[in-house]
Design a protein around this ligand. Structure first.
Ligand code: ZN
Ligand code: FE
Length: 255
């Protein structure tokens, strides 16, 4: 029985998401931007919150933890390196650790860059990865605490997951990301097709995620910093992938 997922909006542009194991009844929230939309999603599905899996310490990912913990007495799992900055943590995890949600199991991947302790949760049997603010559809998070090299390595780690893996990220930024991406890769046909699709999804009141690792590999310029043609296209021929990534990220910050 595959995992069931509920995806919903929180705050202004954050995503909330629940993953549910129907065999055991366990339900985890990935991050908790705010409590009310999580409660509403739980009620609508008829599920009880058993776990919160936190990707990083930023307030727009942790603001709902305290209220949810008080009400549901759920377990809060958080990156070891950021536990001191996250409320009500019960269990800390790092690279190579496994986290179970009922009979579902996630591998913890450390993906530093946006923050130094940022982690992703990869449910490999379900082919789902929760990436927080490391990877966005057609974009990536700002490099706030780490270095571009670190962020590039983290993105490569996610890029190496099986192509069918479905990505759930922390924010709905896809249309703005596409606008920028097309300045880096104006001739990318897969990206152009995604632009049409994403616009339709948003206009219909829907979401642009999940997307797969395979799709992002074709369409996301932040995952293309090691492609010589992309480097040459932005005047960075011969530079290292990390340097090319840093330049693309810097351009996005100014865009
Ligand atoms: Zn963040
Ligand atoms: Fe965020």
């Amino acid at each position: 029985m595959p995992a069931e997922i509920r995806l919903f909006k929180c705050l202004s542009d954050n995503y909330g998401v629940l993953i549910h194991d129907s065999a055991s009844g366990a339900t985890a929230a990935i991050d908790a931007p705010e409590a009310a939309p999580v409660e509403a999603a739980l009620r609508a599905a008829g599920w009880t919150l058993t776990d919160i899996l936190v990707t990083h310490h930023h307030a727009d990912h942790t603001g709902g933890i305290r209220a949810l913990k008080d009400k549901h007495k759920c377990r809060v799992v958080a990156p070891a390196a950021e536990a001191a900055r996250i409320p009500a943590v019960d269990q800390t995890v790092g690279e190579g650790d496994k986290v179970s949600v009922g009979r579902l199991a996630a591998h913890v991947l450390e993906t530093p860059g946006h923050t130094l302790g940022h982690i992703a949760y990869w449910f490999h049997r379900e082919e789902i990865v929760f990436v927080g603010d490391t990877l966005f559809s057609i974009g990536c998070g700002r490099v706030i605490e780490g270095t571009p090299e670190m962020m590039w390595d983290s993105l490569c780690k996610l890029r190496d997951l099986p192509e069918a893996t479905k990505i759930y990220c922390g924010h709905e930024y896809t249309l703005a990301n596409i606008k920028f991406a097309q300045t880096v890769e104006p001739d990318n046909k897969a990206l152009a097709a995604r632009a049409v699709q994403a616009k339709q999804q948003i206009e219909a009141g829907g979401f642009t995620i999940p997307v797969t690792i395979g799709e992002e590999k074709n369409e996301n310029p932040f995952l293309h910093a090691d492609i010589p043609e992309v480097a040459a296209g932005i005047g960075m021929a011969g530079k290292s992938a990390a340097q090319v990534f840093a330049e693309i990220r810097a351009r996005k910050n100014r865009f």
